[in-house]
Design a protein. Structure first.
Length: 422
């Protein structure tokens, strides 16, 4: 062996030793980073096992879910051509509620919703609303299936209730309309106990429909004391800022912990391709994918911890996510959007609570309260700011609003001016 060959061999050995040392160091660093991320969550008192976030069993007599499912089955069992009554009613309710709805649209919905099966299903929803809890029989070992369970049926029923509330008001059945609108608030909370981001976003959408139905109903008929008390009780059950932390914990423990634990090299390659990571970065990543995947996991846990511990009224602190944590970087915008939507949801619910209290005051005293403190024992705080909701009396009614906006354009407010409502 020549001197030159020995020198080259020595250089190669040094390079290999350096690479091995770097890889060993990176591996140790990834384990330490992941351990610290878990330890930080434990110090914050966050749940650390899946069993801690799965909703507890509900006694059959208190569970609204079987009644909702029976209502869905009733409407699906009646066929109208190639569609079910549930599908037809949902579409008819949507058309009847549209701003450009025609008399024919309204008539079509009335014909469908007054069928015996439809009225029986609505009666079941009202009965379910009187129960204390709701938990569907779900398999939490298959979280992707759980998150979509009953979603379409719930959306359809919420739209039907909104349409039927309007129909009953137009027919002069104000008391029955209020009874159904309050039941709609209960239906909207059917998935509130489910610890997934998708389930919570579904709940937010359903509650927005139910909340809008209540606001429109108020323009036609002031609630009685009993009706306002029931509506406010239902709204207060929607007003739980801690639900955001719970859904982050559920998403982590029931979905992404499995994703990080069981992802293979092929799965990482597919994810890199979907994330549109450049080919040269993919090649580098694949050389040490296990180590980098652990660092990505640690970054994800860090983001969830900061998001769960930062009050909704405050902006998230800047998060410097390393470039190689492509999974966490791709999820961050979605998590930010979920946080904003959840905060907007709380603001909307609190505006309705304040508005209902103002209506009750008006009914009792003949004039609008000068301030929310005049009609509420505790004025709701604006979830977008550390101060109360804004309120002012107008020529025709009142406006109660938040400083926050939906998608940075639409103000979150209840502008109660009946003459302006269709």
């Amino acid at each position: 062996m020549t001197t030159r060959t020995k020198r080259i061999g020595k250089i190669l050995a040094i390079v290999v030793a350096v690479i091995a040392a770097l890889y060993l160091g990176l591996t140790v660093w990834s384990f330490v980073a992941l351990h610290r991320a878990y330890a930080a969550l434990a110090r914050d008192g966050r749940p650390m096992t899946a069993a801690e976030v799965i909703p507890p069993p509900v006694p059959a007599a208190e569970n609204a879910a079987p009644l909702y499912e029976e209502a869905f089955r009733l409407l699906k069992a009646e066929k109208l051509g190639d569609s079910t009554l549930l599908e037809k009613l949902s579409l008819a309710a949507r058309d009847a509620a549209a701003t450009n709805a025609t008399p024919a649209d309204v008539t079509r919905f009335r014909e469908l919703v007054t069928r015996p099966a439809a009225q029986h299903a609505l009666d079941l929803v009202v009965q379910a609303g009187e129960r204390k809890s709701c938990r569907f029989d779900l398999d939490y070992a298959s979280p992707l299936g759980v998150t979509c369970s009953n979603m379409v049926d719930l959306f359809a029923m919420c739209r039907i209730i909104r349409g039927e509330v309007s129909r009953r008001v137009n027919a002069g059945e104000n008391s029955n309309a209020w009874h159904l609108a309050i039941a709609g608030l209960g239906l909207a909370q059917a998935q509130q106990a489910e610890p997934f981001l998708f389930s919570q976003l579904t709940t937010i959408y359903l509650e927005a429909i139910a909340d809008a139905s209540v606001c429109r109903l108020c323009t036609a008929a002031f609630p009685t004391h009993e009706q306002s008390d029931c509506a406010l009780a239902a709204l207060s059950r929607m007003d739980h800022p801690a639900d955001f932390q719970r859904m982050l914990d559920g998403e982590r423990l029931l979905l992404f912990e499995q994703e990080f634990a069981h992802t293979t090299r092929e799965g990482v390659c597919q994810t890199l391709t979907m994330a549109e990571v450049p080919s040269w970065e993919q090649n580098i990543y694949q050389c040490a994918w296990r180590t980098l995947w652990r660092l990505d996991h640690a970054a994800y846990l860090h983001v969830l911890r900061i998001m769960a511990s930062t009050p909704l009224s405050r902006n998230m602190p800047p998060l410097q996510i390393p470039r190689y944590c492509f999974c966490t970087r791709s999820l961050l915008p979605t998590l930010d959007d979920c946080r904003t939507n959840f905060t907007a949801h709380l603001a909307r619910i609190r505006c309705t609570e304040a508005g209902l209290s103002a209506l009750v005051y008006k009914k009792e005293h003949g004039a609008w309260p000068e301030t929310l403190a005049s009609c509420m024992a505790q004025v709701p705080g604006d979830p977008f700011a550390d101060k109360p909701l804004r309120y002012r009396v107008t020529e025709k009614g009142f406006v109660v609003s938040s400083v926050g906006k939906i998608r940075n354009t639409k103000e979150i407010a209840w502008e109660y001016e009946p003459d302006n409502v269709r």
